[in-house]
Every structure is written in structure tokens, then in C-alpha cells.
Design a protein around this ligand. Structure first.
Ligand code: GCO
Ligand code: MG
Length: 403
């Protein structure tokens, strides 16, 4: 079953997405997400100029071999652009294989390890009371686990505070990134107050999550983790930037708050030490950024041996193609923990019709052959690419700070 076409589709139905469509000689096609938020066109070029020409004429059935052909064959290993491109090819090939065998993808990954995929939603507000109200709204919608983020007095809009009730979209259209302001001390004072208030209002059993979004030093993160212990979070995400992995040992020495990390990782080698030394509890790599289904399964297997569970990144910059792939992965891997879920806009859903569904706090990939997601190319063409960036962050004195 030879690949005869490799098409890169760029569209912006509410936000930018890059999608790879691989077509085989017998007409079966597969989709892969290749969206790298704020740097989309770099992956488009990588795919169009350097990957698509290598795929024409290759056997679509050889998924593992193609992965290594692109990874080892580039000589320049890893990196978000390369790994995003490899992920798109990999997922499209899994889609083709499952479609040609007439089974939903999870059946090829060992079958279902559970009946449904637990997800968490994003409750946020400009202040603590708005966030409390948002958590209540998510509960009413059936969510069984909820992430809570609040604005910080004196700081204006910061990471995690959305533009509407259900939608959170960090990337903003324009030729320059928006600049936000940051003050660690105000943040570290506010977050324990937020969770104290939430535990007063909601059951002790409600799983609550929080994302520090790489903005703290290890000792600041340790202070936050310790101050949140009475409210027993499901996880504290990205407490500190993960380039310096020794920082996680320091955090571990000070707190029992579970730690999640990995949305910016793109290889098992980024996770290896954190997993093997049990410095984290959840690994959050995304199918689109960490080498597709083939590589994500290797990460999950390593994690399983060290009692680390998965918690795939699922923000709106993961397209419905990535979301579908994540749900098949989540349903099948034994050491699944939780899946992030942010609803896409109606325009996005119309361009990417899909069979996955949400019901009462859980998601289901559906039983359609393959991923169970399609792309309406005619409609996609009506939403051309728009330049957009993630915001940047500055401390009060103007110094650049992690966003
Ligand atoms: C999350 C993430 C996102 C990222 C976004 C960047 O936990 O969902 O932190 O909100 O900021 O995906 O592209
Ligand atoms: Mg995050």
C-alpha cells in the first residue's frame, strides 16, 4: 500500500492548525496534526520541503520503520519542529492502518484498558470568586476533575485566565506577541488562598489541578507545593522550567504535592531522568509534539515501570486530530492518569468532524475505523492562516520572565 500524496493543510477556523493528509494508492487516507503554536509555518516548511518528498512511494504499512527513517535519517535529532513533523506522519500512518483493517485505533494498541477516559476542564476567573463560580459551572457540566487558575491582583491578564467562560485561547492574532506582567510574590500569596476557598466550597474528593506554567524557581515551586498540601491537589503542573532537571529533586525534597510535567517535551530523552528517578508523578507529553503514537507508547512504557502515569496535554492548540489520537492512546495504555480537555470552537469542530465525545466527565474515542476524525478541506480553505503568537511575560521591572 504505497503513499501517493502527502498534503499539508493550513487553516485557521478560530485558531491556526497544520494538518498532514497522507493518501495511499488504494484511496485510504490518514490524518496527522502538526500544529506548533506560534511557530506553525516552520513545521509546514519542514513537512513540505523535507518530508513529503521522502514519503511518496513508501509503504504506508511500515510505521515503525518510517519513524526511524525520519528520525535517524534527518541526522539532526529531536527538537519541536522535527518531532512535530514526525508525529504528524506517524499518526497519519496509524490512522491509515486502522482504517484499512476496519478497526478503531485503540484496538491496534492493545485494546481498551478502561471503559472511558477521565478528563479535566479549565475553570478560571479574573479573581478567586470568579474562579469558584467557574469550578461550580464545570461541575454542573459533569466534569469530575477541574483545573483552577485565577488572575492575580495588580497583574492584569496572566497565563491561564481565559477570554470567555468555556474557551481558553492563549495565542493572539497580530504581528507581535502581547506582553503580560508578572510578580512571583503576589502569585505565591494568591494560589493557596484560591485552593483554601475551593476546598471550603467543594468536596474534599473533587480532584483539583493547577498549572504554574514554568514561572517559578525550584525553591519557589517547593514553597508553593508545600503551601498547597492541605488542599491535596491532583497535580501541580510545570512548577519550574524543566531544562534544569535537578530542580525537581529539590521540589520533591520539600513537598508531597504530586508533580506533572512535559507539555513542551518532544522526546523520551527529555523525560527519562525525571521518570527513572521518580521526580514526577504525571508525564504530560502530547501526541503532536512527542513523536506521535509510536514514540508516546515508548514514553508511557518507561513511565509505567516507574509508577508515573500519563496526563496528555490537550489545550486547544492540539487539533481534533491530535485529540482523537490522544483518546485512543489514553484508552489503551495501562498507566493512564488523566487527559486535559479544552473544548474547541464551533468553527474548529466543523472543519474537523469527529466521532469522539464527552459525557459526564469522561471522553470516548468512538468505534469508527482509524482515528475517527476527518477534515473538510473545502471548509478549511475558507479559514486562511493568520499570524498569531503566544504572549510574552515581563517582571514588574521589565525583565523577561517565563510565560
Ligand atoms: C496547558 C498548557 C497550555 C499552553 C499552550 C501553549 O496546560 O494546557 O499550559 O495552556 O500554554 O498549549 O501552546
Ligand atoms: Mg500547562
Amino acid at each position: 500500500m504505497k503513499i501517493v500524496d502527502a498534503k499539508v493543510i493550513v487553516c485557521s477556523p478560530g485558531r491556526n492548525f497544520v494538518t498532514l493528509k497522507l493518501v495511499t494508492e488504494d484511496g485510504v487516507y490518514g490524518l496527522g496534526d502538526a500544529t506548533l503554536n506560534g511557530r506553525e509555518l516552520a513545521v509546514v516548511s519542514y513537512l513540505k520541503d523535507h518530508v513529503a518528498p521522502l514519503l511518496i512511494g513508501r509503504d504506508a504499512a511500515r510505521i515503525e520503520d518510517t519513524w526511524h527513517y525520519l528520525y535517524k535519517g534527518a541526522y539532526w535529532r529531536r527538537g519541536p519542529v522535527t518531532m512535530c513533523a514526525i508525529s504528524a506522519v506517524d499518526v497519519a500512518l496509524w490512522d491509515i492502518k486502522a482504517k484499512s483493517l476496519g478497526v478503531p485505533l485503540y484496538q491496534l494498541l492493545g485494546g481498551a484498558s478502561r471503559d472511558a477516559v477521565l478528563v479535566y476542564g479549565h475553570a478560571n476567573g479574573a479573581n478567586i470568586e470568579e474562579t469558584v463560580a467557574a469550578v461550580a459551572d464545570y461541575q454542573k457540566l459533569g466534569y469530575k476533575a477541574i483545573r483552577a487558575q485565577s488572575g492575580v491582583p495588580g497583574l492584569g491578564k496572566i497565563y491561564g485566565v481565559g477570554r470567555g467562560k468555556m474557551q481558553y485561547e492563549a495565542a493572539q492574532e497580530g504581528s507581535l506577541p502581547v506582553e503580560e506582567t508578572w510578580n512571583t510574590e503576589s502569585y505565591l500569596n494568591l494560589v493557596p488562598q484560591l485552593f483554601a476557598r475551593l476546598r471550603k466550597e467543594f468536596s474534599e474528593e473533587l480532584p483539583l489541578l493547577h498549572d504554574a506554567h514554568h514561572r517559578l524557581t525550584p525553591i519557589e515551586a517547593a514553597r508553593l507545593g508545600r503551601s498547597l498540601e492541605p488542599y491535596h491537589l491532583f497535580w501541580l503542573e510545570d512548577p519550574t522550567p524543566a531544562e534544569l532537571q535537578d530542580g525537581f529533586r529539590l521540589i520533591r525534597q520539600h513537598t508531597t504535592t504530586p508533580i506533572a510535567v512535559g507539555e513542551v517535551f518532544n522526546s523520551v530523552y527529555d523525560c527519562e531522568r525525571l521518570i527513572k528517578e521518580q521526580l514526577i508523578d504525571y508525564i504530560r507529553t502530547a501526541v503532536v509534539h512527542a513523536g506521535g503514537i509510536t514514540h508516546m507508547r515508548k514514553i508511557a512504557s518507561l513511565a509505567e515501570m516507574h509508577q508515573v502515569r500519563t496526563g496528555c496535554h490537550g489545550a486547544t492548540d492540539m487539533s481534533p486530530v491530535c485529540m482523537a489520537a490522544a483518546l485512543h492512546f489514553d484508552l489503551s495504555v495501562h498507566n493512564f492518569g488523566i487527559q486535559e480537555y479544552m473544548v474547541h470552537s464551533a468553527e474548529t469542530d466543523s472543519v474537523f468532524p469527529h466521532k469522539y465525545s464527552f459525557s459526564n466527565g469522561f471522553m470516548y474515542p468512538g468505534d469508527a475505523p482509524g482515528l475517527g476524525v476527518d477534515i473538510n478541506e473545502e471548509l478549511a480553505a475558507k479559514f486562511p492562516y493568520k499570524q498569531a503568537y503566544l504572549p510574552v511575560n515581563r517582571a514588574l521591572d521589565g525583565t523577561m520572565h517565563s510565560w
